[in-house]
Design a protein around this ligand. Structure first.
Ligand SMILES: CC(C)(COP(=O)(O)OP(=O)(O)OC[C@H]1O[C@@H](n2cnc3c(N)ncnc32)[C@H](O)[C@@H]1OP(=O)(O)O)[C@@H](O)C(=O)NCCC(=O)NCCS
Length: 175
């Protein structure tokens, strides 16, 4: 199995793999609203192909913010049904996160029993746009303590962040 950075030529093949692996209507999920109009993080999206070049798995990431703090949004990640249970999903997660230099924290919406093995834990103070089951909002620090004090609503990278008011100044609510 060969892992490689996803290229523009891979895009539709990866989309087809996601269509196969996820329930119909996957793009209605709230995590997709955070991806609308935003490019995936370059260099982190990976494909896994076998010796014949057949696509077996793929992972992508988008940038997002928790309030003003940058966060990597992991996903979608999928492995072809005929290749599941061979460790490929784990390889894609770990290899891509190894490449995530310059990012302090990563989050996703997914099954805790799967992602806990990669060090993901519930983010009880981080709120995804509805409808999202809060128990499925998980995060992992990529630098020590990177989630400490980071809480609030997950926002699109495209939405300009509200700059923090200078120390000692209270923001005047707009009318
Ligand atoms: C989830 C997915 C990427 C895992 O890929 P994979 O290559 O099969 O995973 P790995 O081989 O690294 O790990 C397999 C282990 O994870 C477990 N596992 C897989 N999916 C799981 C889930 N949703 N919840 C809990 N455990 C899960 C398997 O039971 C297996 O456990 P074991 O090691 O104790 O036998 C793959 O099953 C898939 O594409 N699923 C459909 C799409 C999907 O749900 N993507 C994740 C979005 S949250």
């Amino acid at each position: 199995m060969k892992l490689a950075a996803e290229t523009p030529d891979d895009w539709w093949e990866v989309e087809a793999l996601y269509d196969l692996c996820f329930a119909p209507g996957r793009e209605a999920l709230s995590s997709y609203r955070l991806r609308d109009g935003v490019d995936p993080v370059p260099g982190l999206a990976l494909t896994a192909r076998d010796k014949l070049g057949i696509l077996a798995g793929a992972i992508r990431y988008w940038p997002a913010r928790v309030e003003a703090e940058p966060v990597l949004l992991l996903g979608p990640v999928a492995v072809h049904p005929t290749r599941q249970g061979e460790g490929l999903g784990g390889l894609l997660v770990e290899e891509s996160l190894d490449r995530a230099k310059g990012w302090d924290r990563v989050m996703l919406v997914g099954d805790a029993p799967y992602y806990r093995r990669f060090g993901f834990t519930p983010l009880s103070r981080v709120v995804m746009p509805p409808p999202t089951n809060p128990d499925r909002v998980l995060g992992r620090a990529l630098t020590p303590g990177a989630w400490d004090g980071v809480e609030g609503v997950v926002r699109s990278w495209a939405a300009s962040p509200q700059p923090a008011p200078p120390k000692g100044v209270t923001r005047v609510p707009s009318k």
